[in-house]
Design a protein around this ligand. Structure first.
Ligand code: BT5
Length: 265
């Protein structure tokens, strides 16, 4: 095992990224993190890889993870039930969106439930720059551990099949960027929001997520596992569920793939 327990998150982090394991190449940082979590490694431990050969998205999808991006998984041990894991996805997404907006002066939006979007120039289309994957092991009603994976396209180029919907920060800004600086800022933000969540609950985080949401007030189509829902996205509740006004009344959606039918302004 190649271990570099070098701290790179700066002194300001209390939990997230206080210990970091770096790898050149792994199947998936999620799987490494799960193994470490089972062995009892501390909350906040981060696993980072230069390349993932089997990067994972939700529902067994592939996550393209060549050299140049940030592929990181974080071990968390929050006192929540498995129903509450979307809260952790929101915290991760918000941390990435804020870090990107602050460092690169790009407008970053959250596309429910797990995407961060940016656009190159005002008026152009928002595209996916980051995906968040939260996986949990639960027992006796409580979550034993949560692994939150952040995949951020930084200096990598998007493959042709993804260019219509996805973008890297290098493509969005036109320059090569410091992954180290971005990672540090993301971990610091994650730390801040995670501590806020422990102290204050979802209130302030939810407010901020809603403020930069790409889906609220839009007409959306949501492909869920067993149905397709169309309507206007009205709200996100404190469990991270999307409330949609449909022809058959209001629906509460906990997970799915959203297509935004009206343009994001
Ligand atoms: C996600 O899934 O967006 C969650 C991605 C999480 C990746 C991180 S990297 C560190 C950690 N280790 C892992 O193995 N995973 C996590 P989902 O919403 O299901 O989106 C997956 C879809 O996004 C794919 O089916 C593609 O259409 C698209 N996609 C694949 N690679 C992409 C990329 N690099 N950038 C943008 N879109 C991508």
């Amino acid at each position: 095992m190649k271990k570099v327990g070098k701290r790179i998150s700066g002194r300001s982090s209390q939990i997230i990224g206080r210990k970091i394991f770096r790898y050149k190449r792994v199947n998936s940082t999620q799987d490494k993190a799960k193994k470490f979590a089972k062995k009892g490694l501390a909350e906040g431990t981060a696993i980072i890889a230069e390349i993932q050969t089997q990067g994972k998205g939700r529902l067994g999808r592939r996550w393209v993870s060549p050299k140049g991006g940030i592929w990181v998984s974080i071990i968390l041990r929050p006192e929540i039930t498995s129903m509450e894991t979307p809260k952790i996805t929101m915290i991760g997404g918000l941390a990435v969106a804020k870090a990107i907006a602050e460092l690169f002066r790009l407008e970053a939006k959250l596309k429910w439930p797990n995407d961060v979007l940016v656009r190159t120039i005002p008026g152009s289309e928002f595209k996916k720059v980051c995906g968040v994957l939260t996986e949990a092991l639960s027992g006796a009603g409580r979550v034993n551990y949560v692994i939150t994976g952040l995949g951020i396209n930084v200096n990598n180029r998007m493959p042709p099949g993804l260019r219509d919907t996805a973008v890297s920060l290098k493509e969005a800004t036109g320059s090569n960027l410091s992954r180290q600086k971005l990672l540090r800022r993301v971990l610091e933000k994650f730390d801040k929001y995670y501590l806020d969540f422990k102290k204050l609950g979802m209130g302030p985080i939810l407010k901020e997520c809603k403020r930069i949401s790409a889906v609220l007030d839009r007409e959306v189509k949501i492909e869920c596992v067993d149905e397709v829902i169309e309507g206007k996205a009205l709200d996100i509740d404190e469990y991270g569920a999307l409330i949609v006004e449909t022809d058959e009344g209001r629906k509460r959606v906990v997970a799915g793939d959203v297509t935004i039918l009206s343009k994001i302004l």
